[in-house]
Design a protein around this ligand. Structure first.
Ligand code: G3P
Length: 218
């Protein structure tokens, strides 16, 4: 399973990258806006040191606008993936861009049908939003599992990026679906490696070691 970091914060990416946990990065207009820096500068900086796909999203709503933006974004680096929102216009853009060799990630996917349409149009990635489905009383992880089944059944090469991941249980359940990728906010990562019993265990070992050393030095 691959882990992408769902952030546009360079320091956050560098910190998690040191642990060997970053296979790629996803951004969106909200995450870019939080950084208060020029879009191109941020994306190029991230794409320059991350060894994997770096996702940058278009903001146009018409297919032609998306295509023009996508060409510009794709030229910012060899590892740039263009995020395109799910819509009829988006599908048209994905189909045209795929023919040009520009890789896309269809974002804001909330149903099996949407995922299937995106894969058929040629998307390299699809992003079901797990947490936002949970927010409206649906089961986001279940959608990921269903999409995985459909992609496998019909032999699509499209990779599933489980997005809108909010907590440890999400990540563990997503992993069990066999999804290709989970994109995770930096704030969630420590929760993936921390465990109270690990902390307690370390504490116990250190106390015993202290006592042992005191005994040896008598
Ligand atoms: O990757 C999409 C993600 O950034 C959305 O997360 O928590 O705003 O639903 P959230």
């Amino acid at each position: 399973m691959k882990f992408f970091l769902d952030t546009a914060n360079v320091e956050e990416i560098r910190r998690i990258e040191k642990l060997g946990l970053v296979d790629g990065v996803t951004t969106n207009p909200t995450l870019i806006s939080k950084e208060g820096r020029p879009f191109k500068e941020v994306i190029q900086e991230i794409a320059g040191f991350v060894d994997g796909p770096v996702n940058a999203e278009v903001v146009g709503l018409k297919a032609e606008e998306m295509i023009t933006e996508a060409r510009k974004l794709a030229a910012w680096g060899d590892n740039i993936i263009v995020k395109i929102p799910m819509s009829e216009e988006g599908l048209e853009a994905v189909h045209a861009l795929t023919k040009e060799g520009i890789k896309t990630n269809v974002t804001l996917v909330f149903s099996v049908a949407q995922g299937l349409m995106a894969a058929k149009a040629g998307a390299s990635f699809i992003s079901p939003f797990v947490g936002r489905l949970d927010d409206i009383g649906k089961d986001g992880v279940e959608l990921v599992a269903e999409l995985k089944q459909v992609m496998d059944e019909y032999g699509y090469k499209t990779e599933i990026i489980a997005a809108s991941v909010r907590h440890l249980q999400h990540l563990e359940s997503i992993a069990l679906t066999g999804a290709d990728i989970a994109t995770i906010p930096g704030s969630i990562f420590p929760k993936l490696w921390d465990h109270p019993l690990t902390d307690k265990g370390i504490d116990g070992f250190l106390k015993d070691w202290e006592a042992y050393e005191k005994g040896q030095n008598k």
